[in-house]
Ligand binder design. Structure first.
Ligand code: C2E
Ligand code: CA
Ligand code: CA
Length: 594
């Protein structure tokens, strides 16, 4: 009996753990990834014995390879591996016996078939080189298959990860590789690949994943990730390696012959995701989008490859019909521009580069200024002006809009405070509020705090919400709006008529003012329908005791028409363009004198 020191015993425990991992990797590579080369990587050159089923026996690596090739044809394509149990015992130092039981789950029509697989293997550790010396596997149940519950029970390989306690290699939730390990494997695979083989890095994005989390809870959201992992690993032989990189993003390496087949595969993947997941989570309405980087040069840094696939993913426009985006240099340039803006935005705010421009609103009958809309302009240090369309969408995505919108509110309140103190005329100023703001828990109290700080009478503050943001949970928004309305603030619905349920909004939300979208006015000269819509909207709002603004008034004839139908207010280039605050104040001052 050899005598071990405590250190050696500990090391042995650790080695047993490693040995177990090799066993499980082995089966995972064969049954799930179907990668014979990977299976053979661990197998000792002078194998003692390999037995498959009762009658297939191999005595060396190449015999074993042939055996595997035969076997792999019989293994169902979409199978998923679950480790029921496994035990390792030290036979001698550096020699381990591992016994275990696996379960193969094979999606079959709408249910799942199970097959049990028993295995016993000897693993050697020679100077930290592990290898499989012998292996015996047997399939129990001789193919008599039990029918299991459908989807819910079809958890993929996640148990491998938990059983293996090998979390730097496998993602615990999905059982796919971790990002680091994936990168390593990709590098190795590309190094070994033939010159003619073409590869692509795929990066997935689940739009509305946050909504799934919020509406259905974390557990159900996890289920979506597991489902996607399963779809990725089973969508076809082209998919070589998969990992979950972070949160709801997955990366994969695909080998492809031509772009068309790759596209077809990925479209199919998105469609399957839509079929399975969207139907189960209709309120969140998630969709799968994919960014693709076609590896042109296998030598470039893996980080760059992954970054490019990510860049393509980030430029996806969900719900605009496209589910695939291929990386190209233009996308790169656009992302660089976004990065540049993100690098400087905070400083720009502190340096007061964002300016509040005001566009007056006029009473159509009297020609008097009755209000104004605050619109942001970014005046860079070199004097160039950046228009909101270029940065607002970026700020909405990265959350910075919250700071900017509050900054705008503060600047308006500050101006009003000064004018009131000086006894000058004031008119209500409307400020655009991004959807992101409404998600802030302390939104109402922060607005109230700003008004208190500047002593602003709330009747001068009007908040604009564009109709396009109203998609779900109207009742939450209605409650929040009611709270601010109690303070005396007015609400206006911007771009009225462009959303899907304009009339419903009027019914559900405490709205004071309606801003008819410019597009209707643009069409008045050519379309009687638009004319009727504007006229009836004006009549309706009056009867509902609300007010109405028409925006984008550019011509005299448009103004005449609006006057004829008794529209309350007009805003547009015909009267004035958005102007710096000081200029607006001058005009307002002159008006008072008039
Ligand atoms: P919006 O709220 O619909 O603002 C009206 C836009 O129409 C403004 O564009 C304005 O300059 C433009 N406009 C006004 N009159 C006319 C006209 O007669 N003809 C034409 N063709 N255009 C006219 P702007 O200032 O470029 O703003 C674009 C959008 O950016 C705004 O659309 C608004 O959604 C957003 N935005 C601007 N400032 C802010 C802000 O401080 N916060 C937030 N959250 N969004 C802002
Ligand atoms: Ca607006
Ligand atoms: Ca508008």
């Amino acid at each position: 009996m050899p005598v071990y020191s405590e250190q050696q015993v500990l090391d042995n425990d650790l080695m047993e753990e490693w040995a177990k991992q090799i066993a499980l990797n082995h089966f995972y590579a064969f049954y799930v990834r179907r990668d014979i080369e990977d299976v053979l990587r661990y197998v000792k050159e002078d194998v003692h014995w390999m037995g498959h089923k009762e009658y297939l026996v191999a005595h060396n690596k190449s015999e074993y390879e042939n055996l595997l090739k035969k076997e792999i044809k019989e293994v169902p394509l979409d199978c998923v591996l679950k480790v029921i149990q496994s035990e390792a015992a030290t036979i001698n130092p550096g020699c381990y016996n591992i016994n275990g039981e696996l379960e193969l789950r094979i999606p079959y029509q709408t249910s799942v078939l199970y097959r049990e697989l028993r295995f016993s293997m000897i693993i050697l550790n020679e100077d930290n080189n592990y290898s499989i010396a012998s292996l015996h596997t047997s399939m129990t149940g001789d193919g008599s298959l039990s029918y299991g519950a459908a989807n819910e029970d079809r958890k993929p390989i996640q148990h491998i990860a938990t059983d293996m306690k090998n979390q730097d290699r496998y993602d615990v939730l999905t059982g796919l590789y971790t990002l680091d390990y994936f990168k390593k494997e990709v590098v190795q695979l590309l190094e070994q690949s033939k010159k003619a083989d073409k590869y692509a890095i795929i990066c997935t994005d689940i739009s509305q994943f946050e909504a799934i989390n919020n509406l259905y809870g974390l557990r159900r959201a996890d289920q979506v990730l597991i489902e996607l992992a399963l779809l990725l690993t089973t969508c076809g032989k082209m998919m070589k390696l998969c990992c979950r990189s972070v949160a709801d993003h997955f990366l994969a390496l695909a080998v492809y012959e031509d772009e068309k087949t790759l596209k077809n595969l990925l479209h199919k993947l998105c469609k399957e995701f839509d079929n399975k997941v969207c139907k189960e989570y209709p309120d969140a309405d998630p969709t799968l989008g994919i960014g693709i980087y076609l590896v042109e040069d296998k030598e470039i840094d893996i980080e760059k490859m992954v970054e490019r696939a990510n860049i393509a993913r980030k430029s996806l426009r969900p719900h605009e019909g496209s589910d695939l985006v291929f990386y190209d240099d233009r996308i790169y340039a656009r992302m660089e521009k976004i990065k540049k803006i993100e690098r400087v935005m905070q400083d720009a705010l502190e340096e007061k580069e964002f300016k509040t421009y005001l566009q007056p609103k006029y009473n159509l009958d009297t020609g008097e200024i009755v209000g104004a809309e605050a619109l942001t302009r970014w005046i860079r240090r070199d004097g160039t002006m950046v228009y909101p369309d270029e940065f607002i969408p970026i700020f909405e995505k990265n959350g910075f809009i919250v700071q900017l919108d509050f900054y705008m509110l503060c600047s308006v309140c500050e101006m009003l405070q000064k004018r009131l103190k000086a006894g000058k005329k004031c008119v209500p100023i409307s400020i655009n509020q991004s959807r992101v703001l409404l998600g802030e828990n302390d939104y109402v109290s922060r607005i109230a705090a700003v008004l208190a700080k500047y002593n602003t009478p709330p009747k001068y503050i009007e908040l604009e919400l564009t109709e396009r943001i109203f998609k779900d949970n109207l009742s939450d928004i209605a409650r929040m709006m009611a709270k601010l309305k109690e303070l005396g603030i007015h609400w206006s619905i911007d771009d009225f008529g462009t959303g899907y349920s304009s009339l419903n909004l009027l019914k559900e939300l405490p709205v004071d003012i309606i801003k008819i979208d410019k597009s209707f006015l643009d069409e008045t000269e050519t379309s009687d329908v638009s004319k009727i819509i504007i006229q009836k909207t004006v009549e309706m709002t009056r009867e509902l005791d609300k007010r109405v603004v028409c925006e984008g008034v550019e011509t005299e004839s448009q103004a005449d028409y609006l006057r004829d139908i008794h529209c309350d207010m007009a805003q547009g280039y015909l009267y004035a363009r958005p102007m710096p605050m000081e200029e607006f104040e001058e005009i307002l001052d002159k008006e008072k004198v008039k």
